[in-house]
Design a protein around this ligand. Sequence first.
Ligand SMILES: *[C@@H]1O[C@H](CO)[C@@H](O)[C@H](O)[C@H]1NC(C)=O
Ligand SMILES: *[C@@H]1O[C@H](CO)[C@@H](O)[C@H](O)[C@H]1NC(C)=O
Ligand SMILES: *[C@@H]1O[C@H](CO)[C@@H](O)[C@H](O)[C@H]1NC(C)=O
Ligand SMILES: *[C@@H]1O[C@H](CO)[C@@H](O)[C@H](O)[C@H]1NC(C)=O
Ligand SMILES: *[C@@H]1O[C@H](CO)[C@@H](O)[C@H](O)[C@H]1NC(C)=O
Ligand SMILES: *[C@@H]1O[C@H](CO)[C@@H](O)[C@H](O)[C@H]1NC(C)=O
Ligand SMILES: *[C@@H]1O[C@H](CO)[C@@H](O)[C@H](O)[C@H]1NC(C)=O
Ligand SMILES: *[C@@H]1O[C@H](CO)[C@@H](O)[C@H](O)[C@H]1NC(C)=O
Ligand SMILES: *[C@@H]1O[C@H](CO)[C@@H](O)[C@H](O)[C@H]1NC(C)=O
Ligand SMILES: [Ca+2]
Length: 541
Amino acid sequence: MAAQPLGTGVSSSRRRGASAAVTLLLLPALLTCGVRCAVPRAKPSNIVLIVTDDQDVVLGGLVSGQKKGERYQFTVTPLCCPSRSSILTGQYPHNHGVRNNSLSGNCSSPQWQKGPESQAFPVFLSKLEYQTFFAGKYLNQYGQKDAGHVGHIPPGWDHWHALVGNSQYYNYSLSVNGKEEKHGDNYGDDYLTDLITNRSLTFLDNRSPQLPFFLLLSPPAPHAPWTAAPQHQKDYADIKAPRDGSFDKPGKDKHWLLRQPANPMTASSLTYLDNAYRKRWQTLASVDDMVEKLVEKLKSIDELNNTYIFYTSDNGYHTGQFSLPIDKRQLYEFDIRVPLLVRGPGIAPNQTVEAPVLNIDLAPTILDICGFNVSLANVDGQSFLSQMAPSLRNGTARPFFLVEHTGEGHLTSDPSCPSLGPGLSQCFPDCVCEDAYNNTYACVRTLDSSQNLQYCEFADSESFVEMYDLKSDPHQLENIVKKVDPSVLQVMNQRLIKLQSCQGQSCRVFVVLLPFVKDRRNTVKNLLTIILHGKKLKWNV
Ligand SMILES: *[C@@H]1O[C@H](CO)[C@@H](O)[C@H](O)[C@H]1NC(C)=O
Ligand SMILES: *[C@@H]1O[C@H](CO)[C@@H](O)[C@H](O)[C@H]1NC(C)=O
Ligand SMILES: *[C@@H]1O[C@H](CO)[C@@H](O)[C@H](O)[C@H]1NC(C)=O
Ligand SMILES: *[C@@H]1O[C@H](CO)[C@@H](O)[C@H](O)[C@H]1NC(C)=O
Ligand SMILES: *[C@@H]1O[C@H](CO)[C@@H](O)[C@H](O)[C@H]1NC(C)=O
Ligand SMILES: *[C@@H]1O[C@H](CO)[C@@H](O)[C@H](O)[C@H]1NC(C)=O
Ligand SMILES: *[C@@H]1O[C@H](CO)[C@@H](O)[C@H](O)[C@H]1NC(C)=O
Ligand SMILES: *[C@@H]1O[C@H](CO)[C@@H](O)[C@H](O)[C@H]1NC(C)=O
Ligand SMILES: *[C@@H]1O[C@H](CO)[C@@H](O)[C@H](O)[C@H]1NC(C)=O
Ligand SMILES: [Ca+2]
């Protein structure tokens, strides 16, 4: 395994609390016996999981105002509903069956509710006597009439404040424990990010101190329509989307959709995406406030040293990369890498772990923390507790993994772009579309200390293939499929086929070695990361 501490450049103003965060993980003997059984009668650890909507990390979106850090996890699919379903189940999309953001693609559908949702990890937390609390965006189609309306409360949740439909900041409905609650656009009463913060604090005040708790907080930020709180609407006035890497580079050697955008981009597209980039940060300022208040509260009720806090996002984002204006849904780093920050008992501060972690690993990691025997859970992912806290667990990192996306389209042509024909979606006025039915792909990624390779196959009329060596080409500028040794393509293709039908254990164990040696002088750090202290995110109280 390749876990090793790395620098994360946390500012000196936040150093003072670093040592206070290192504490032991304590669990009662009645739960699974591991190292933790040595300390009987302690309460199991609490867990807080914060999942933002569309927050990138590659383009600097994690820590507003800070230079790029190295804090990543991968989503196994770069689209809201499939990714959120993966977080909840610990499964790849081909196993939980949620393919897109529509009911017909299983997003919050009756089949999802009957099947995967009834075995999602909160169900097990509830059985372990955790007090469970949810607030914010759940799944894009949650609360629709054909999906049980607001009366549907997924099993496992004691306190339920779920947004009906997709991310909004004002003018929305919530299901509050199964009853509809309507909200207008008065900042002090309705701003959704603040409402989530406030209700989580109230829950913590009213909880039973004898039992552990789990909070899943899912703010709308930084998703469109990017409505910032009044006090943050002037923040970051000079910020523009970064111009480096693949920004406005032509995607000529890439799949069909990437060959369409005008290059260079028009001035109006640039203005539009810079505006979006800045407004996204402004909405995130309220999430910083959320993290700060939550940590203060945990401290004041004396639970901070027994609470794990995870901070992540459902998918990444792009603003101008390969001349695509704004969106997600692509196989490139900006869309599949997401932030991951963790603090909690047994995790040394300020470390970065160099091994890939996936969003399907969150469920098994959380269950592992709670003392649940993870080998009994029906998940494709694996616990990364051992990587964050080697004093608590031994474990191994995975050598490679799958990313899969089913493209969305419309059966009719976009009226503003009739020449493009049907089958596309997310089209901009200048006829650049961000998704299509044939933007359906699966990739295998090999990522360890010696290799960082991505191999993708498209289900389109060209059976298009893309391959990147991210060690020498971190911005995926050159598709090397025609250059690389055919035996390498064959190995990658075989891995892909296996992963596309894997389930449970078969998603985790691989033994084939890849006969691919490239220039190893390039020491670009590829990684996922787990660190303790954010800069703008105020963990460190
Ligand atoms: C985190 O690590 C980096 C690099 O090792 C160091 O410069 C920084 O001071 C550390 N921060 C804290 C809070 O320990
Ligand atoms: C929806 O999920 C069910 C099982 O949960 C599955 O049988 C079905 O194929 C899925 N639909 C799609 C479009 O994948
Ligand atoms: C909320 O809805 C009202 C009534 O439709 C509308 O006037 C107002 O502009 C909306 N507010 C926002 C922030 O969209
Ligand atoms: C959240 O709580 C603060 C402090 O009590 C209050 O000023 C604000 O109006 C509340 N916001 C919402 C949306 O509930
Ligand atoms: C947390 O800190 C409190 C004192 O603030 C102490 O009583 C308690 O034992 C600590 N818990 C853990 C798990 O370290
Ligand atoms: C977890 O469950 C597996 C499968 O039943 C079993 O082999 C293993 O011993 C269990 N581990 C613990 C720590 O109970
Ligand atoms: C990890 O494995 C080593 C070697 O088998 C063992 O000595 C150590 O106690 C294990 N650590 C934990 C936390 O299980
Ligand atoms: C979602 O998936 C379903 C099932 O494959 C499909 O019928 C539907 O057209 C998809 N929705 C969109 C917007 O692509
Ligand atoms: C992808 O779909 C679009 C829209 O239906 C079509 O025009 C295009 O030819 C397709 N491209 C490939 C490579 O399948
Ligand atoms: Ca999203």
